[in-house]
Design a protein around this ligand. Structure first.
Ligand code: F6R
Length: 630
């Protein structure tokens, strides 16, 4: 979703801001803009360039965008259509105040009406223009008030900081904002619900919605928390709380980003998606590193839950969105099968509004690649309000969810740039296996022999994934066969139902072919009516599956109606050959690893189909990487 970068320092801001925007292009956007000002310039002229479409439209603007203080933004439209006018930065009437914003101001219409009554005129349909003019309104008021006050300490107050505080108290909604005023050599940032991070360089500072935006310059960071206000100068920054009226500074620990810029580059691959699919043996090895202890027959991570709680968990709720919710479904299957703990999986956007039943004996797990998804975050906060213990399975280190959960585990997949999630899914499934073993060991639901076998299989996942990546030519041939189809079915049973869902969302997102997933047994209750000659059906057959015969029957049902059958299978024999038109072979693994292994050919199938259809693979239309609005 929208990207923000700000810079203040001795260098020319424009190329830093432009590169920062490019590093965040993966988040999905429809327009972009940059505003700069020279700290040295006595005229204090503010420069601004905004364009609809790609960040590349902002290239070669160095003469228009001089200065060493600036901010930039990529917008993903929420209020008002994608257009140059609606794009950020937004500004006040004399263009002295520039502001970029991620998130949604829910009460913007009420604020707009109030400001209109005070003479403000609005030129866009955005909530951000309203916020900008609200700050402008308070800024003028505060300046006036401070200029008439006789007390010295009052005069030392910064009217823009006071205005920002006043405006944000009026606002309902989510925001990550960065702004500057032409009369102050400072950047101001504030956060509530949308991520912001300060980059601390030598005599220079950055502020962005994603550290990838400034990682070329510094890895030293400070993640802002909700209700933080940051006042950022060339050589220093101050952190304050919106909740404290005295404006005293807060001290918070800085962090070091532990990945480097090559992680957000394509490294010779045509698309980030292909790179991210191909690097899964490595990301899974990173996820495993140092966590499995065959000697102790245990997993090394801290649950921060008492023995008593773990032994008496009444129910587990796993809350997530999209692909992360399909990893959750796989987790539910395994937890119920191996630990016999009742487990519900629900998409966060439903769960948060259904008045969920939660008790203090429940464990609520959130799964999120970004750690910022608005619905999942809201669900997490709700679970905490109800007194549930919370656990996170999260990729982005330092993300809001990672700081909100009681305990959790990072999946260590590294930055996922392609909007469609691939390597995060497999690492999420691996982490669910860690949790399964950990809980199983403590509760005594798994025997030491079972755990030993599981650990040794888990340690083998990077190698098994490598083998699953081998079917490229066959997958390309299958992609060629389905590329012009209107619709595809993905069928799965048991643990493979989650993988069917993940396969279907992948092809929908990036190739724009309609795809539906069904529990295989549901076909005959309706969807089968749609089957006809050549209709692609993708499904799974695992030789040791207790429902092996039933899977073959489902295939037969579809085949009898002329469907074109693509099977992901862990074996090839004459029976399967007589049923399937294409077999994508993967290694034989126990059920707890099947979602991870069986999804690999489906990721590649989606990729090559989208490529044949000439789709924009890394940034599919209408989609954003991290959905930080409802
Ligand atoms: C699908 C995809 C989305 C995300 C969903 C949740 O390929 O990427 O469905 O999985 O938006 O995002 P996170 O995991 O960041 O909470």
């Amino acid at each position: 979703m929208c990207g923000i970068i700000g810079y203040i320092g001795p260098k020319v801001a424009y190329p830093i801001l432009l590169t920062g925007l490019k590093r965040m292009e993966y988040r999905g956007y429809d327009s972009a803009g940059i505003s700069t000002i020279s700290i040295e310039d006595n005229q204090r002229a503010v420069n601004i360039v905004k364009k609809q479409g790609k960040v590349s439209n902002l290239e070669n603007k160095q003469t228009e965008l001089q200065g060493n203080l600036g901010l930039a933004h990529t917008r993903w439209a929420t209020h008002g259509q994608p257009s140059e006018l609606n794009s950020h930065p937004h500004f006040n009437d004399d263009k002295s105040l520039m502001l970029v914003h991620n998130g949604i101001i829910e009460n913007y219409l009420t604020i707009k009406r109030n400001l209109e009554q005070r003479g403000y005129v609005f030129h866009t349909q955005t909530d951000t223009e309203v916020l900008t003019k609200l700050i402008d309104y308070y800024h003028k008021k505060c300046k006036q008030k401070l200029s008439t006050t006789l007390q010295n300490y009052e005069q030392k107050k910064d009217p823009l900081e006071l205005a920002l505080r006043a405006a944000l108290h009026d606002v309902v909604g989510a925001y990550g904002i960065v702004l500057f005023h032409k009369d102050t050599n400072k950047l101001y940032a504030a956060k509530h619900g949308s991520p912001l991070v300060i980059g601390i360089g030598k005599n220079e500072h950055f502020v962005a919605s994603d550290p990838a935006a400034f990682l070329d310059h510094t890895r030293r960071v400070l993640y802002l928390e909700d209700e933080d206000i940051a006042i950022i100068k060339e050589n220093s920054y101050e952190l304050k709380s919106l909740c404290s009226h005295n404006g005293e500074c807060i001290k918070r620990k800085e962090d070091l980003v532990d990945w480097d810029i090559t992680a957000v580059e394509k490294n010779g691959y045509e698309h980030f998606m292909l790179k991210e699919i191909m690097e899964q043996p490595q990301t899974l090895a990173n996820c495993l590193a140092g966590r499995l202890d065959p000697q102790l027959n245990d997993i090394k991570f801290t649950l921060k839950l008492t023995l008593n709680f773990i032994k008496n968990i009444k129910r587990i709720s796993i809350i997530a969105c999209g692909t992360s919710s399909y990893a959750a479904m796989a987790g539910k299957f395994l937890i119920e099968k191996y630990l016999r703990i009742p487990t519900e999986v629900e998409v966060a956007s439903e769960w948060r509004y259904k008045n969920p039943i939660i008790s203090k004996d429940d464990l609520v797990i959130v799964i999120s690649q970004s750690g910022e998804t608005a619905d999942t975050l809201a669900a997490l906060k709700l679970a905490k309000q109800f007194g549930a213990k919370t656990f996170g399975i999260i990729n982005v280190v330092g993300s809001t969810m990672s700081r909100e959960v009681d305990s959790g585990i990072y999946i260590h997949a590294g930055p996922e740039i392609c909007v469609a999630s691939t390597k995060a899914f497999t690492a999420q499934v691996l982490c669910l296996n860690f949790l399964l073993i950990k809980l199983g060991k403590i509760r005594g639901d798994l025997t030491e022999t079972q755990i030993q076998r599981m650990i040794s299989n888990l340690l083998n996942t990077p190698e098994l994934v490598k083998q699953s990546l081998n079917n490229i030519e066959q997958i390309k041939a299958a992609a060629n066969l389905i590329k012009d189809k209107q619709s595809i079915f993905y069928l799965g049973r048991g643990i493979n139902f989650a993988t069917a869902k993940e396969g279907a969302i992948k092809i929908k997102e990036i190739s724009y072919i309609h795809a539906e997933d069904f529990a295989s047994g549901e076909m005959k209750h309706g969807p089968i009516a749609l089957l006809e000659k050549g209709f692609p059906v993708v499904t799974f057959v695992n030789k040791n599956d207790p429902l092996y015969e039933k899977n073959l029957s489902s295939i037969q049902e579809a085949k009898a109606r002329g469907a074109y059958i693509i099977v992901v299978a862990d074996h090839i024999d004459s029976t399967l050959q007589s049923y399937a038109d294409t077999i994508l072979q993967v290694p034989k693994v126990p059920d707890y690893l099947q979602p991870l292994i069986n999804t690999i050919p489906l990721q590649l199938l989606a990729y090559y189909t989208a490529k044949l259809r000439g789709c924009e693979i890394d940034q599919p239309k209408n989609l954003a990487k991290s959905v930080t609005v409802e």
